[in-house]
Design a protein around this ligand. Structure first.
Ligand code: PXP
Length: 236
């Protein structure tokens, strides 16, 4: 199973001061040096973390693959066709949300999404649809021409360790099986962390996990001791 790292929250931290540190480009390099097989960034309509310049620099510096998460809008399609990431992951986007809350309603917008996928695919960009683990969404995704789905693991992640864990896990399991039987490749992500990720191995042939928040959160604490002692040394 491959690991795609989402570096959006490196940009969140940088933007808190409006400067250049910490650099998403350097973060991507470190992720790649340590086994990430792709780097994901979500260029949101409100540009709250990753900015256009970040994506334009990352496409030149990334050595693995850039996976661009984006909403189904003309603006984003234009940017993707210009930048040409290895893949795009189409997500729903609401201005007020803290993070991507649910999956894309592919079944309810089949014609629109099918039309949206075609020029991206024709240009050679691999297209993935971020969907909830529901049979109707999987079936609709298979009709759009997209090669991948990414299963939204948020409900499973929230249910982990609770009574509903098994039910949420089974939804992912069944959705993955159905998708694979329809010829789709399956990624997964959202809310995965160092406790709940291990069950992803129970789902056969998952291709890639996309993980961001828990990795960036852990990086703060694995690096804090060194950061403090280096500063202490400097001011001695
Ligand atoms: N996959 C998709 C489609 C997402 O929108 C996100 C969050 O931006 C992730 C994966 C990563 O989620 P998390 O930051 O919770 O690991």
């Amino acid at each position: 199973m491959l690991l795609g790292v989402n570096i959006d929250h490196i940009a969140t931290l940088r933007n808190a001061r409006g400067g250049v540190e910490p650099s998403p480009v350097l973060a991507a390099e470190i992720c790649e040096q340590n086994g990430a097989t792709s780097i994901t960034t979500h260029l949101r309509e409100d540009r709250r973390h990753i900015k256009d310049e970040d994506v334009r620099t990352l496409i030149k510096t990334i050595k693995t693959k850039l996976n661009l998460e984006m909403a189904v809008t003309d603006e984003m399609q234009k940017i993707a066709l210009e930048i040409m990431p290895a893949s795009v992951c189409l997500v729903p986007e609401k201005r007020q949300e803290v993070t991507t809350e649910g999956g894309l309603d592919v079944a309810g917008q089949l014609e629109k999404i099918t039309k949206f996928v075609k020029p991206l695919k024709d240009a050679g960009i691999v297209v993935s649809l971020f969907i909830d683990p529901a049979a109707e969404q999987v079936r609709a995704s298979a009709k759009t021409g997209a090669q991948f789905i990414e299963l939204h693991t948020g409900c499973y992640s929230n249910a982990f360790g609770k009574d509903s864990e098994e039910k949420e896990f089974q939804k992912l399991f069944e959705a993955a099986k159905l998708a694979q039987s329809l010829g789709l490749r399956v990624n997964a992500g959202h809310g995965l962390n160092y406790e709940n990720v291990f069950r992803m191995h129970e789902i056969p042939d998952l291709y890639e996990l996309n993980i961001g928040h828990s990795i960036v959160s852990k990086a703060v604490f694995t690096g804090l001791a060194q950061a403090v002692s280096e500063m202490k040394e400097l001011i001695k």
